[in-house]
Design a protein around this ligand. Structure first.
Ligand code: BGC
Length: 380
């Protein structure tokens, strides 16, 4: 029994040695590549996460959030008016100058279309939504939708009412109305005034009118000035402003001493009606926006003044703050404007009154319009 046991032990030992040799020999050979030069381990260790990403030609999550380009969605009411084309181009350039991208959509006055377009921008994954609302109330729904998608909303030039708007960047719009009436009152300190406002659906139209009446009310109360016509202009269209001015004349004949129009597109139509009645150049007219045609009418003498709102300043400020909002940075808004729901953090820029006396040093000096264009129809 003893001998048989020893023999069996030796056999097991010998077999174990052979097997160990064979295994180590296999390992030694197996580490060679086909070329026999570059050894590779039996099991490839997982590359570090950053290397893994690099090998796919992408960047790590940290790197990608650092370098990701911000995308700004710009939902505009309309591009059918001169000023908004400037806003679009200047805003786009200002966003791009900051290394961000912008996607622009314009609804040309159609509320349902603007809501649909803003929803599209949200689902396209913009990082911030900038809105020029056609309808101050209707766009509140979009603010809610954007917020549920984690996107902040900046109201550009026009406020969105009854919504948790994150930031409002505009001009001091009450001041616009005050500048208009101050300029007209220098020529007509007493008499019969016509007020033709903007679109009732645009919060700015209400602010412009408030500014006008802030100044006028005392003179109305004293009996020095009377308002013989006061009407909104649906959708700000010149066609509707023309109807308004015709109504004002048929109600008052030529007993009109001054007209305040909420913008230059409407003042152009109003002056056409005045011209048809032989009153152009005799009745002072105020407008706003410093449209080229209005600047020409000012030097020609049919429009008294306009209010210049430097769009480049607005577009640049809004673009800078939109990118900051998208990055979650502080925007340092120094004003608050109540929109019916909250006190909206706001930045309000200064408007400038322009008439014949300062047109050269304002809109022409700024390059808003060239001197040649402005004086095109008059001898210099
Ligand atoms: C803007 C004006 C513009 C008007 C009509 C207002 O909200 O502030 O500059 O003329 O809309 O588009």
């Amino acid at each position: 029994m003893k001998r048989g046991f020893k023999q069996a032990n030796w056999t097991v030992l010998a077999l174990t040695l052979v097997l160990t040799c064979l295994v180590s020999a296999c390992e030694g050979n197996g580490t060679k590549s086909a070329s026999g030069n570059s050894p590779t381990p039996a099991v490839t260790p997982a590359p570090e996460p950053s290397k893994q990403a690099e090998s796919k030609g992408t960047t790590s999550p940290e790197a990608s959030s650092e370098h990701k380009r911000i995308k700004v969605g710009f939902s505009m009411d309309t591009l059918l008016e001169e000023r908004w084309l400037k806003d679009r181009d200047m805003f786009k350039a200002a966003v791009e100058a900051q290394g961000a991208d912008v996607e622009v959509m314009a609804a040309n006055g159609d509320d349902a279309k603007q809501i649909f377009q803003a929803e599209t921008l949200i689902s396209d994954g913009v990082d911030i939504l900038v809105v020029v609302p056609h309808n101050a109330e209707a766009m509140a729904a979009i603010v809610k939708k954007a917020h549920s998608a984690g996107i902040k909303v900046l109201a550009y030039d026009r406020l969105i009412k009854n919504a948790d708007v994150d930031l409002y960047v505009s001009f001091d719009n009450e001041k616009v109305g005050e500048l208009q009436v101050q300029a007209i009152m220098k020529r007509v300190p007493q008499g019969k005034y016509v007020y033709i406002g903007g679109a009732d659906t645009d919060n700015n139209a209400h602010l412009f009118k408030k500014g006008v009446f802030n100044v006028l009310q005392t003179f109305i109360d004293q009996g020095a000035i009377s308002i013989v016509y006061d009407q909104w202009t649906k959708d700000w269209t010149p066609a509707n402003a023309k109807i308004n001015m015709e109504d004002a004349i048929s109600a008052n004949g030529n007993r009109i001493d001054a007209v305040i129009a909420a913008n230059d597109a409407t003042s152009g139509a109003i002056i056409q009606v005045l011209a048809a009645h032989g009153m152009a150049g005799k009745v002072p007219v105020a407008g706003m926006d410093a449209d080229l045609a209005a600047a020409q009418r000012i030097v020609e003498g049919t429009q008294t003044m306009t209010v210049y709102k430097p769009i480049k300043v607005l577009a640049t400020k809004a673009a800078e703050l939109a990118v900051k909002l998208a990055k979650g940075e502080d925007v340092g808004a120094d004003r608050k404007v109540n929109n019916g729901k909250i006190e909206v953090p706001s930045v309000l820029l200064a408007p400038i009154a322009v008439d014949k006396s300062n047109i050269d040093e304002t809109i022409i000096a700024d390059g808003f319009h060239s001197r040649d264009e402005v004086y095109m129809n008059v001898k210099k």
